[in-house]
Design a protein around this ligand. Structure first.
Ligand code: UD1
Length: 419
């Protein structure tokens, strides 16, 4: 087990280049399945999740190798249309490849991605969407068996704008003759990036970023060299960290529009934020103030993936704040850990009522999931004394060597292997 050992209290200062978005790369890797020409992804981030997704492609028969900071992928040799329980259980996004596998083979057998630490995470929207395109589905013994021989373009209407389901249906429709429409789809920047990646190699996807996407079927994709967008959640994590610790941090390789919902909560609170081309600077020199209400919502609303980090900040902010988690029912586990550090938080169903305390105190705390773990690291950075954040493999799923980023900014944090 690996832990982070943190001595809190340092201000953060310096420049950090934001790495490539995990949530953009994962569906793009699934999209590689559609193409039998070489694909080169630049600035490839080696998070555990992205490496696991590459393993899934390899298991299907693809070949890949790293060259400097790029990965070169050849999916022409894919000859399998099955993802095992063992592989699917490592990463939920394995399920995003269902649409692409179906598109290529007209059949697929993919293990049920199962639950996850932050909630039940059903897949009904994905399956209903595929059924609307004529896919026949059998759910048996932990596997979803799909017969896509009767697949055809058409209208798919979602009850809720699921990110993964939008990506799955986009991938399933790229080659379907005629026009497919996804109505009430998700609008996240990662969906726009997937559309850009596919369009740049000949796909015809219109409207990504709005709540209706139209896909005109094409015959093939050409392969491409592509650089996916930067990670707005990592950027947001370090913006919040700066507000908590104080200091001046410049983030480069960032699209400020993608973190606008966070900027609107932080500016006029405790910091100055200056955005210039692909740079964003946060200057913080006073204690943060409470925020009367934050509701997590699909993009462009406040992201659920920044909820634990903002709760960590509000736990030391002046006054009482309320955060409502609307997306995942078990995404408050970090609150139990924050309370061990002295936070004053009451959870009432979907709402966390946070009375800001003057000081958090170092403690031994658990990292319960990816973003919850990031929230605990931020709490450790600002706490008085020493904090051990245990079992940080969750954090490694979506942050590459987070401790090195924070060391670069002046934080006192080490990765310790527990033997
Ligand atoms: C993606 C992100 C994840 C983020 C989430 C919400 C990736 C790899 N992951 O996850 O980091 O936290 O969006 O912004 O991009 N739902 C159903 N049925 C379904 C699918 C979803 O009820 O078939 C529900 C979920 O339980 C949840 C909500 O819809 O309450 C949003 O989930 P969704 O947008 O699908 O999240 P993911 O794509 O899994």
């Amino acid at each position: 087990m690996e832990n982070f050992f943190i001595c809190g209290g340092n201000k953060l200062n310096g420049t950090l280049n934001i790495s490539t978005s995990k949530n953009a790369v994962l569906p793009i890797l699934a999209g590689c399945i559609l193409c039998d020409k070489q694909i080169i992804l630049h600035k490839f981030p080696k998070y555990d999740d992205t490496k696991n997704m590459l393993n899934i492609l390899q298991n299907l028969g693809a070949k890949y190798f790293y060259q400097d900071d790029s990965v070169i992928i050849d999916c022409s040799s894919i000859d399998k249309c099955e993802i095992s329980i063992e592989l699917a259980s490592k990463i939920r996004s394995s399920f995003f490849s269902l649409g692409a596998i179906l598109s290529r083979f007209k059949k697929a057998k993919v293990a049920y991605p199962g639950g996850c630490a932050i909630g039940a995470r059903p897949i009904d929207i994905h399956l209903k969407g595929l059924q609307s395109l004529g896919v026949k589905i059998i759910d048996k013994h932990g596997y979803i068996y799909c017969d896509g021989t009767g697949m055809k373009s058409g209208d798919v209407t979602f009850d809720f704008p699921s990110v993964g389901a939008t990506e799955n249906i986009m991938l399933a429709s790229v080659f379907l003759k005629g026009k497919t429409k996804i109505i009430n789809c998700a609008r996240e920047p990662e969906i726009v990036d997937l559309a850009n990646f596919l369009n740049a190699q000949g796909a015809k996807i219109y409207g990504a970023g709005s709540s209706v996407i139209e896909i005109e079927g094409v015959k093939s994709l050409s392969g491409i060299e592509y650089t996916p967008i930067s990670d707005r959640i990592i950027a947001g994590t370090y913006m919040i960290a700066t507000c908590m610790c104080g200091g001046k941090v410049e983030l480069t390789n960032i699209n400020y529009e993608n973190v606008f919902s966070l900027i609107s909560k932080l500016k006029n609170n405790c910091c100055k934020i200056v955005c210039k081309s692909d740079k964003l600077t946060v200057v913080a020199d006073k204690r943060p103030k409470c925020i009367s209400k934050i509701d997590t919502r699909p993009y462009p609303g406040f992201p659920t993936d920044l909820q634990p980090q903002i709760i960590a900040m509000l736990s030391i902010s002046k006054g009482t704040s309320v955060v409502v988690e609307n997306l995942f029912e078990s995404r408050f586990k970090h609150i139990t850990e924050l309370k061990k550090m002295g936070a004053d938080i009451i959870v009432n169903d979907k709402a966390a009522i946070i009375k800001g305390v003057n000081q958090l105190y170092g403690a031994n705390v658990m990292c319960c999931d990816l973003r919850g773990g990031a929230g605990m690291v931020l709490a450790g950075l600002v706490a008085k004394g020493y904090t051990t954040v245990c079992d940080v493999h969750h954090i490694d799923r979506g942050y590459f060597e987070m401790e090195k980023d924070l060391q670069l900014l002046g934080a006192n944090i080490e990765r310790i292997k527990e033997i």
